[in-house]
Ligand binder design. Structure first.
Ligand SMILES: Cc1cc2nc3c(=O)[nH]c(=O)nc-3n(C[C@H](O)[C@H](O)[C@H](O)COP(=O)(O)OP(=O)(O)OC[C@H]3O[C@@H](n4cnc5c(N)ncnc54)[C@H](O)[C@@H]3O)c2cc1C
Length: 320
């Protein structure tokens, strides 16, 4: 029996483990992998306090920091969470684990193109996060493939950093908000490539070229590029908790200000929640909040006073 089970293996999972462990809780983290989406990037330059680090290195160091406080980690996929009379039962493979409270931090997965070469070159010139990685392509040639406003945002960002940006579209126009389409049309270094499908991505250690096909004429050709940005949206694999906690139309877990969900005792943090922005530091912030809220909830459940917000402990500064 654990005080808290955390589902996930990324920034959010290990940050909430760190904060909850420092409150003395008995914690089990169950994650399918260690790192989560951070594993897709070799360079994170916007995590406060760290000038530059690899994604895996960032999560590993948060994990070590949490392990110092005695957390347990199990690499496994959670397939079910059930509410019992006074606890939650978490199923991972054939085993069941019990806890008084749960933090869901199982993130999301970028939607793939599903073409040859994509798996091998992920994080080596293929990015699924323009706001994260576009600054790495200063004065380079980039290609953006996607749909909707996130795709248009990525193209606009590409126009600011890259020497040249190709915007691929399966039709003769780009989809999304008219104001964004107008903004894209004004960018001199953006070339739209209509009626196009990516057949494969090639490169030795890094993306070098794309094999393309015109879907109207079947004509094939090769496009040289330094990077490919895929903006097809994300999938939240929350099916296994959808009959337990409230989710939005995208399957993201709905949270309150303190990261609590529709079920008392279950909290959620990071990219899996319905928060609008998805970045490592935001996942970490939500995770710290979730951990403290879970601790507070456990304290109150066991009849204790509950956690006092840190700032209420600060003595008033005498200004005179
Ligand atoms: C290419 C790319 C580059 C990026 N670059 C940056 C950047 O430069 N700066 C920045 O701030 N952010 C960046 N991001 C975003 C950042 O990586 C994410 O916001 C952050 O990693 C989200 O962390 P998370 O823990 O909330 O979720 P995730 O990282 O998605 O982690 C979820 C974890 O849960 C596990 N999991 C899923 N389902 C289950 C299950 N059923 N059972 C058990 N475990 C499960 C997964 O395996 C994973 O370990 C980038 C993202 C991508 C894709």
């Amino acid at each position: 029996m654990y005080d808290l089970i955390i589902v996930g293996g990324g920034v959010a999972a290990f940050t909430s483990a760190l904060f909850a462990a420092r409150r003395g809780l008995k914690i089990l983290v169950i994650g399918k992998d260690i790192g989560g989406q951070a594993n897709y990037t070799d360079l994170i330059e916007n995590f406060p306090g760290i000038e530059a680090t690899g994604g895996y290195e960032l999560v590993s160091s948060i994990k070590s920091q949490a392990e110092y406080w005695g957390i347990e980690v199990l690499q496994a996929e959670v397939s079910r969470i059930k509410q019992a009379s006074d606890s939650f039962v978490v199923q991972a493979y054939q085993k069941q684990y019990k806890a008084s409270a749960i933090i869901l931090a199982f993130g999301k997965t970028p939607r793939d193109l599903g073409v040859t070469g994509e798996e091998e070159l992920k994080g080596k010139g293929i990015s699924y996060c323009a706001s994260c990685d576009m600054p790495l392509y200063k004065k380079k040639i980039v290609t953006v493939a996607g749909v909707g406003d996130i795709n248009l945002d990525a193209i606009i960002l590409a126009s600011k950093f890259a020497k040249k940006a190709y915007a691929l579209s399966k039709t003769d126009k780009l989809s999304g908000h008219p104001a964004l389409i107008k903004a894209v049309s004004k960018k001199k270094n953006v070339e739209m490539v209509p009626f196009v499908q990516i057949l494969s991505i090639k490169g030795k250690d890094h993306v070098e070229e794309l094999r393309l096909k015109n879907i109207k004429t079947d004509q094939q050709w090769t496009l040289k590029t330094d990077g490919l940005f895929v903006e097809l949206g994300y999938i939240v694999h929350s099916g296994f908790v959808r009959d337990l906690v409230a989710t939005d139309e995208q399957g993201q877990i709905m949270v309150n200000d303190d990261q609590s969900t529709s079920v008392p005792g279950i909290f959620a943090a990071g990219d899996v929640t319905n928060g609008p922005y998805k970045q490592a530091v935001i996942s970490a912030g939500e995770a710290a909040n979730a951990a403290l809220a879970a601790y507070d909830w456990l304290q109150q459940k066991h009849g204790a006073r509950g956690l006092t917000s840190d700032w209420t402990q600060i003595k008033k500064v005498n200004k005179s």
